[in-house]
Design a protein around this ligand. Structure first.
Ligand code: C5P
Length: 240
């Protein structure tokens, strides 16, 4: 089957309204690669949110950003595997033993994606946390740690996709939120790029929430995104 331009898109279903969640599942699910069930929906509706999304979606991304001791993360990954999701997130900050425990508990039934640095954080926010790291160094180093721990991919800002892509194997997934089509408000996101810039930098999958779900005309927003992605393809080695 030929790849569709929107296969690389993950739509983030961030809402507290059940009717809205169901409507987004029906509208976006069949049109894009994955639906993302995040903390908000999962805490409100639990596995039922995953069931609803899965009934409409090509793939399910459960974005729970697990970060706990290895034993607890292993138990949570095992439970998520039973839900029939394709992708699940953990924080790299939990360290190698936690990542390896998660990978081992997944037993190949889902892909673990490791979150490097959240895309709302900038250098000033990290300084305030007494963490004087340089994000340009930290994010690729943490992605390499995730890869060597057995994770299937990393979540990073589009601005770091290129530097990760050059350091990991081709089958390691680079997943970027913080994607903003030209003209969309950035909201709380700080390290953003357009969809074609993210793809050009080597991102395999793009997480897009509000620019689609909160668009005045979601049909038109999706059509524009499809056109933009159809004319852009990943080019290794280009750093946005
Ligand atoms: O609405 P917006 O496009 O900003 O949504 C981005 C989505 O990606 C949100 O659901 C957010 O939880 C998620 N995300 C993120 N930054 C990360 C990991 C996930 O923004 N590092």
């Amino acid at each position: 089957m030929s790849e569709r331009a929107l296969d690389c898109v993950i739509v983030a279903l961030d809402t507290a309204e059940r009717n809205e969640f169901d409507r987004w599942c029906r509208f976006f699910g069949p049109r894009v690669g994955y639906l993302k069930v995040g903390l908000e929906a999962f805490i409100r509706w639990g596995p039922a949110a995953v069931d609803t999304a899965r009934s409409q979606a090509n793939g399910i991304f459960l974005d729970l950003k697990l970060h706990d001791i290895p034993n607890t993360v292993a138990g949570a990954v095992g439970a998520a595997s039973d839900l029939g999701v394709d992708l699940l997130t953990v924080h790299v900050g939990g360290g190698r033993r936690m990542l390896e425990a998660g990978v081992s508990a997944a037993r190949g039934r889902l892909k673990l994606l490791a979150v490097t640095a959240l895309t709302h954080l900038d250098q000033a926010a990290l300084r305030e946390l007494d963490d004087p790291c340089d994000l340009a160094d930290r994010v690729p180093a943490w992605a390499v740690l995730a890869a060597s721990s057995g994770c299937s991919g990393a979540v990073c800002s589009p601005l770091e996709a290129g530097s990760i892509r050059r350091r990991v194997e081709a089958d390691f997934l680079v997943v970027t939120p913080g994607v903003r089509p030209a003209g969309s408000p950035s909201g709380d996101q700080r390290r953003t790029a357009t969809p074609s810039e993210a793809r050009a930098a080597g991102a395999d999958l793009l997480v897009v929430g509000r620019p689609l779900t909160r668009a005045a005309d979601p049909e038109l927003a999706l059509q524009r995104l499809e056109e933009e992605l159809a004319s852009s393809r990943p080019v290794e080695g280009i750093v946005v």
